[in-house]
Design a protein around this ligand. Structure first.
Ligand SMILES: NC(=O)c1ccc[n+]([C@@H]2O[C@H](COP(=O)([O-])OP(=O)(O)OC[C@H]3O[C@@H](n4cnc5c(N)ncnc54)[C@H](O)[C@@H]3O)[C@@H](O)[C@H]2O)c1
Length: 433
């Protein structure tokens, strides 16, 4: 393919060299004439292991050129990858001035084109930027609507400086966000033959994946450091602790617990987290990340309560009560807490959980439930049908048998689906979750 790469900094220069190596005809474009001159002369404009040689080889092979002339580069290409900088702005948001300028220049270059051109945002941008910023700029400058003369896609970059060539050529996954179905076809073609899974998603999801990735990496570093500090304070080797923690690929380094939904709960997580933070406090150690987890969890719970109240329903069905499906353990169950808060707000709550019956729970479990929600026995319905009678909204907290069919029969019922049980779509009046 004929490819223009706008911005030949760390991401753009690697992209140029690697795409040329894959056999594409690549032109690197930058407003910095010095960088362009370096690349055109066969050197890397940035320092990165192996990149000088790669660029030298590709320039010598005639597959890589460089220019400051955007219009010429874009009109000679089928696809443009925008790799300009998006530094942090004073307000913490990303500064998109380089992006705006680059996108405008591509749009202008497309004004008189007759073929179809794919514009790909590879720079890191905040979710919504492609659709709300890039698209209108492109339409305005090109004088065409998306799909007429251009397609718009987002293809975030996940390379790490220092190992970026290997990261580029051996990806674990490729993320392609599309304005509309098919808009990312040319991007997928560009990377044909590379390793990893290709994810075709919406533009906002692609943008958000990059942000979530970096937030997750930062979270992991901060978490490991707090565990290390806590370990030091109490005489445990933090590196050993984290090494063994990482060896569990079922719950720790796995997709487990990584699905947005309800708050966590149960008899252990909250208790042990309180133990860890209290221990840190006793040792005079500040662990703001560990300390923030309970606050974050409380916020999540209250968001569910607020969403349920916002439906305006006076009677609400809660499907699921126990903290884990198939058990009757109500201790620190977020669903029991939800029922308690809704009841306290004057809502007529009807709860159904096939694993929970008033007669079956006892001991500490019963004492907890009774203390948190004295009216529990009145709220528990014997069947799902009974729980759904006369309700104005439903909160799905567990995969209760018969629920999907029951909801399908009441398409106008507002549903807050905390577990992703129901298929999204017009059949259900979903409350966004
Ligand atoms: N550096 C990384 O490790 C990395 C990894 C993944 C994603 N990213 C993201 O990729 C983007 C680029 O990062 P970078 O580190 O390569 O930035 P960079 O600052 O090294 O390079 C950006 C380049 O864009 C050029 N540029 C600015 N305006 C231009 C225009 N209108 N037309 C053409 N070129 C223009 C600049 O002169 C510069 O050479 C950022 O959004 C960044 O967040 C970076």
């Amino acid at each position: 393919m004929r490819v223009a790469v706008l911005g030949v900094g760390y991401v753009g220069a690697v992209t140029c060299g690697c795409l040329a190596q894959l056999g594409h005809q690549v032109v690197g474009v930058d407003v910095d004439a010095g960088k362009v001159q370096l690349m055109a002369g066969g050197s890397s404009p940035v320092r990165e292991p192996g990149l000088d040689r790669l660029i030298e080889e590709q320039v010598a092979a005639g597959r890589l050129t460089a220019t400051t002339d955007v219009a010429a580069a874009v009109s000679a290409s089928e696809i443009s990858l925008v790799c300009v900088g998006t530094p942090s702005g004073e307000d913490g948001l990303l500064d998109v001035r380089q992006l705006e300028r680059a996108v405008r220049s591509v749009g202008r270059a497309l004004r008189d084109s007759d073929g179809m051109h794919t514009i790909v945002i590879r720079s890191t941008v905040l979710p919504g930027s492609c659709e709300r910023l890039v698209l209108p700029l492109l339409e305005h400058e090109s004088g065409a609507l998306a799909g007429e003369r251009f397609e718009l896609a987002c293809n975030p970059e996940f390379l790490r400086e220092g190992s970026s060539i290997a990261d580029f050529l051996e990806p674990t996954r490729t993320v392609i966000g599309e304005l509309r179905s098919g808009a990312g076809d040319a991007v997928e073609e560009l990377y044909a033959g590379l390793s990893g899974v290709v994810f075709r998603v919406g533009l906002a999801e692609a943008e958000a994946i990059k942000l979530a990735d970096n937030a997750f990496h930062a979270l992991k570093v901060a978490f490991a450091n707090e565990i290390g500090s806590l370990g030091r304070a109490v005489g445990a080797d933090g590196r050993e602790v984290m090494r063994v923690l990482a060896a569990d690929t079922r719950l720790n380094l796995s997709p487990a617990y990584l699905v947005p939904g309800n708050a966590f709960g149960g008899p252990c997580l909250g208790k042990d987290l309180r133990g860890a933070t209290a221990l840190a406090a006793e040792a005079g150690l500040d662990v703001p990340l560990l300390g923030a987890i309970a606050r974050s969890n409380e916020r999540q719970l209250q968001r569910v309560v607020d969403a349920a109240l916002a439906t305006g329903a006076t009677r609400i069905c809660l499907a699921g009560l126990a903290f884990k499906r198939g058990t009757d353990d109500l201790r620190e169950s977020p669903l029991l807490e939800l029922a308690a808060r809704l009841a306290a707000a004057g809502i007529d709550v009807a709860a159904f959980d096939p694993g929970v019956s008033v007669d079956s729970i006892g001991g500490a479990n019963a004492r907890w439930a009774q203390a948190r929600l004295p009216s529990l026995s009145r709220l528990i319905a014997a069947t799902l049908r009974e729980a759904l009678e006369g309700v104005g909204a439903l909160v799905v907290g567990a995969d209760v048998p018969g629920l999907v069919e029951a909801v399908a029969a009441r398409p106008a019922l507002p549903v807050i689906d905390l577990v992703g049980l129901l298929p999204p779509g017009p059949a259900v009046a979903h409350v966004a979750w």
